[in-house]
Every structure is written in C-alpha cells, then in structure tokens.
Design a protein around this ligand. Structure first.
Ligand code: SAH
Length: 221
C-alpha cells in the first residue's frame, strides 16, 4: 500500500523563527517516516526592490504596516499553489477566522497539502483573504505578533491525527481528551511538612475497567 503523506507549506517572512521546531522530536520522526513533509516559502524573496519590501502603510491611515497582496500571491505561485484545489487547502491566519478545534484539525489531516499563510505587522491586505485562500483560521481570542506560532500549533494539532504519528497510548488521549496523569513516586512526602501528596486509589487498583471510567469522567471532552 502506498503511504499517505501530508505536505505542509508555510509562507512566512520569518522562517527562521519556526523552522527548528519542525525538525526535531515528533516532527523529525514523522518526516523521516515519510508521513509528513514541511516546506518553507520565504515571503521576503518575493518583496519589491533592493530592500525586498513586503509591507505598506494602511489606506485610511492608522498605526502599523500591512502585508501586501503581491508578495503572497507570488509566493503561492512559486509553488504552484491555488485555493479551491481538490485535496488541498490554503489557509490564512487571522483573528477573524474560524476558531481552530480538534475536529477541524482532524478534517485537515485528511488533505494532501496544507498551505499556511502567516500574517505579520498590523495584518494582511484583505484582498488576500478574499481571493487567495480557502479560509481564515484563528487559534484563539488573543493577539500574537504573527501567524508563525499559529502555523506550528495547527501543524502539530493536525499531525497528531496522521495514522502512525503517535504511539497507541497517546492516540487514546487525543480521541478521549486529556485526563490527569500520575507517575512515581506513589507518595510525595518531602514537598510540605505534614502533607503527603497521593495518587488517586483507583489508578493503583489494577482494575482496568474502573481506571478507564475514572479517566473518562475526568477527561476534557
Ligand atoms: N491588528 C491586527 C492584529 C494583527 S496580528 C488586528 O487587530 O486584527 C498579526 C498577524 O498575526 C495576523 O494577521 C495573523 O496572521 C496573526 N495572528 C495573531 N494572532 C492570531 C491568532 N490568535 N490566531 C491566528 N493568527 C493570529
């Protein structure tokens, strides 16, 4: 059987900020196992003039700079990526986008290619959202300096749904939600005088049915 591989392309003016995270640990393993591939597209390369300018002042005034349409368009063209392509999605990170959830991540994990456009500065020329992407995604109601951390968050949330990315135990967690975990020692006695930090009895009982029930009851879903 041919192995299914997901390609994640990240369009960013700051590839150096996040590249390293994609080349270590779980991602490193997934990439060498052929489940996943990362490509970085440096927006700067598509900037104008000697200074490779990619931002301009906003029409109508106001603070900050706006990422321009053209560099993003050229960047997408350079890798022959277009919105509304079967088995692919082009996503722009935006505070006005759909809030990322596990369900969305699972749906994205079934695609062949995901292209993530990272905003910066005061935001991105709205014509990018209107014409070049399939949808806008937000990772939560708080403002970050750019789409680079959202790109890592989305990549990891999606990758965890790729068959073979996780070990069996961890995949149980991703389906059931997160439950509280305890490990050795059974009793922590040297933390505060007169206080012993214990482990819930049921987890030591060896009764797998009861343990499963307890975890479900205490899980995040
Ligand atoms: N002044 C803008 C904020 C721009 S933040 C506004 O109020 O809308 C700069 C870029 O960072 C955004 O264009 C977006 O791409 C990214 N970004 C910041 N916070 C984000 C979040 N919570 N989710 C997704 N992207 C975010």
């Amino acid at each position: 059987m041919k192995k299914k591989k997901l390609t994640i392309q990240i369009v960013t003016a700051f590839p150096g900020l996040i590249k390293e995270y994609t080349t270590d640990s779980m991602f490193k393993r997934a990439v060498s196992a052929g489940l996943l591939e990362f490509k970085f597209i440096d927006l700067r390369k598509f900037g104008e003039g000697v200074h490779k300018k990619i931002d301009e002042r906003p029409f109508g005034g106001g603070p900050g700079m706006v990422l321009q349409f053209d560099p993003i368009w050229q960047a997408l063209k350079s890798v022959k990526t277009k919105a509304k392509t079967k088995n692919e999605k082009v996503i722009l990170f935006s505070l006005r986008g759909r809030k990322l959830t596990g369900k969305i991540a699972e749906d994205f994990s079934k695609l062949k290619k995901i292209t993530l456009v990272c905003g910066r500065y005061e935001g991105v020329d709205e014509r990018v959202a209107e014409n070049l992407v399939d949808e806008e995604i937000s990772i939560g109601d708080y403002v970050l300096s750019g789409g680079e951390l959202p790109a890592l968050v989305l990549s990891e949330a999606v990758a965890r749904f790729l068959p073979g990315f996780l070990g069996k135990q961890e995949s149980l967690e991703s389906i059931r939600g997160s439950y509280p975990a305890y490990s050795r020692p059974e009793k922590i006695i040297n933390y505060k005088k007169g206080k012993v930090l214990k482990v819930p009895e049921v987890l030591l009982s060896g009764d797998h049915k009861k343990i499963a029930e307890w975890r479900l009851k205490n899980s995040s879903l």
